[in-house]
Design a protein around this ligand. Sequence first.
Ligand SMILES: Cc1cc2nc3c(=O)[nH]c(=O)nc-3n(C[C@H](O)[C@H](O)[C@H](O)COP(=O)(O)O)c2cc1C
Length: 311
Amino acid sequence: MSIAVKLGNLELRTPLIGASGLFGYGDGYRDLIGFDLFGAVVTKTITLKERQGNHGPRLVDVGFGLINSIGLENIGIDRFLDEVLPSLDLNTCLFVSIGGFGVDEYAEIAKRLDCVTGIDALEVNISCPNVSDGGIAFGSNARLTAEVISSVRENTKLPIIAKLPPLTVGIEVIVKAAQDAGAQALTLANTYPAMAIDIDSERPSLGAISGGLSGRAIKPLTLLLVWKAYTVAKIPIIASGGVEDSRDCIEYLLAGASACEIGSIMLRDLDAPLRIVHGIKNFIRTHGYRDIGELLGKAHRKEERSETKEI
Ligand SMILES: Cc1cc2nc3c(=O)[nH]c(=O)nc-3n(C[C@H](O)[C@H](O)[C@H](O)COP(=O)(O)O)c2cc1C
């Protein structure tokens, strides 16, 4: 049974996408599990210059999720283009995640990646802090969202997926700003600001004090963002947040997502992609659907309620 989905002009073989930061530069896990079950894989976020990232500890397991403070460690755009991309041999779509600390940096990276073969889309990570605007995340405000997405749009013909931070002035406003500026899809959402304290050392668990919460705990929060975004979005939505099994993915599809990323679960269960794809197929079969597309946004339909008369 085919569970291929459309993401704008892209056809993904399944609705499952490997999330940024968990699959290296697109090749992570490839030799362990292959990518047959994935519609696409996203690279970790690449910046203009190489970055060492934050001091450790950089990852803490809080039981219901993970808090990470990797600090955008990456090899930079030059080394990605020279050393990684030429030998990447994926049998699925490749989305390159890009980040920057100023609008010019996003524009420059987009320009460098334009017309490079082997890239299917750019996922623009707009959770990065804008240094010339007091360090607030680009995606936390409509003006900055529009500026950064327009600057990428002007410098590439590749499809643009805007990956939004979760905590904004109002997700609908940011969704509209991103789509009006030229994004062709949205990823909702990045991790949620969080911290943990180690009661033995009586100090913050992470070297950077705070980080981003991912995993099981954030699924209901991001589900609401997807639900709200779907009410205003004219472009496809990719859900990213706490997908651990097929049920999570189906909920996201019903809320309005066209595809789902999986991230943190890969650190615990390499069989997750197989479980999820089997579970989705099973749901479609047992519920009598002909096509996975019939699930898209279905939870938004208006019920015809029978009037109950009070006596
Ligand atoms: C260790 C780790 C590193 C991450 N690195 C990035 C990154 O470089 N860029 C990005 O946009 N998101 C990054 N994320 C966020 C994930 O792509 C994903 O949006 C988030 O973890 C929610 O999905 P999950 O609950 O399935 O993990 C990272 C997450 C984790 C756990």
